[in-house]
Each structure stands twice: as C-alpha cells, then as structure tokens.
Design a protein around this ligand. Sequence first.
Ligand code: GDP
Length: 290
Amino acid sequence: MVLDNLGSSLRGSLDKLQGKSRLDEDDVDEIVREIQRSLLSADVDVSLVMDLSSSIEDRALHEEPPGGTSARDHVLKIVYEELVDLIGESTDIPLEPQTILLAGLQGSGKTTTAAKMAWWFSTKGLRPAVIQTDTFRPGAYDQAKQMCEEAEVEFYGDPDEEDPVKIAREGMEATEDADIHIVDTAGRHALEEALIDEIEEIERQVNPDRSMLVLDAAIGQGAKDQAREFDDSIGIDGVVITKLDGTAKGGGALTAVNETDSSIGFLGTGETVQDIERFEPNGFISRLLG
Ligand code: GDP
C-alpha cells in the first residue's frame, strides 16, 4: 500500500477494518480522529486539518470502494490522495540553467540550504554557483564560503561590501559561466520592512527563475505570515523545509504551501552539504501521520 510507517494508533484503527468490505460511520469517525490527532501534533494548521477531515469523511462514507478493494485499503487511499492534494507533488526543478533566490528569516537554514542545493545540482552534472548577499548576519560570508568549499562549488561573496544589491549584481557577473545561480539573502529575526525592501531589490537585480522560501521544520503557525509577506513581495514558487533530522515534523510548512499556492521542493536533513533530499510526498505524509 502507498503509506508505510504509519503511527501505531492510526495503524491500529485501520487494522480493525481488516476483512471488512464496507465502512460505517463509527469506523470513519475513529480514523478521522486519529488523523486529526497526528496532523495537529505535527503542527499542521487547524483549519487545514478540519478541511481535510471533512473531505476524507465525505469520500470514505460515500465513495464505493472499487471492486476487490478492502475497506481498509480504500480509506487509506482516500487519506493519501487528500493529503497529496493538500501538499502537492514536489516543486518542479528542471535540470537546466536557472537562477534561484532563497528567502527566509534568520536561522531558518538559508545559507546551509544554498550550499546544499548547489551540491545537489553538481551531482546532476550542472555547474552551480552560490552568491552570498547576506551582509546582515555576521559570519554568513565565512559560513557560506566554507560550505561551498565542502560542496566543491563556486562561491561569490564580498565581506567588505555593505550593499547586498551590488554584491548580487557583481556576483552574477563574476559567476556568469555557471549554469545555476543560487542567491542567498539576508534574513532578520522578524519580518521587517527593511528585509522586504532589500529582497525585492535583489529580486529585481537577479531576475530569478524561481524563488524559494526556506522554513525551519519547527516553524508551526508562524509560517503563515512569513509565507504571505514573501509571496506578496517576490512571489514564492517553492518551499524548502530544513532540520527534518530533528523531532519537528514540518507540518507548519503546509500552511506556507497553502498560503503561497506553491509546493515543497527540498528537505534539509542535517548540517552537512549532502544532507538534502528532493521532496517526495509519500515519505513526508507517512512522517506527518507517524
Ligand atoms: P540562515 O540564517 O537562514 O542562513 O541559517 P543557517 O544556514 O545559518 O542555519 C542556521 C543553523 O541551522 C545552522 O547552525 C545550521 O547548521 C543549522 N541547519 C540548517 N539546516 C539544517 C538541517 O537540515 N538540519 C540541522 N540539524 N541543522 C540545520
């Protein structure tokens, strides 16, 4: 079946359906409640959970299982389809020359993600370069430079320059031979006008093919405002969820996906440059429900 590693209580409720060919209201009720519990504890937004529950409930009670499908498999398929519908397939990242702009608050994992994505593109035979425009956070330049060395990818930054837009312009010129330009930007501790103004100027300068929002898996409900602000200013095409090697399940990122009408592109799973995966709905859904 499509979902592995389900949480034990949800699996228990599903297993009770073993051998049944039809679902009654109590069965559906129990399963929907287990799903709600899992999703809420994974930080998925309450209204998203409620919408999802009513679609699952409605379909499970009214759709006839296709011939030969057990009630258990039928409901599992509905749960999976509804979650995929909400989460979406992975953001399309064509393996061709492009410029990607990264946005997010300080500490979300942008700089780390820039180097990881560059490494990922290099494993696909492309030639990436990272341009570090974060002049706000002390240490961002050294960190990006060091990670790009580890990833063995080209790096551009200028520790003596204070104007991020100038760095972006000069960086694009200096790395013009690269196929992929990944432009890292400065975050702030909170959403501030200065941050939005700066990223809008950088966006105009580098004219990215896609802009991605980097979110810490532990973000929870805070994802909504960030997603809306960044989407209004530069347009968000995809989300990267970092720190999925920790205990947080990353459900808050779904709010961002929903808010920006985008999808998830990559997952960060550790501190080294190789700790990056392309998003894949099945594993993520199992984790949310686990
Ligand atoms: P920025 O301020 O958005 O550029 O964030 P950084 O890239 O500096 O990341 C902030 C901290 O999170 C650093 O200590 C990173 O090593 C750490 N970090 C980033 N991504 C991950 C991840 O996927 N897993 C873990 N465990 N740590 C991460």
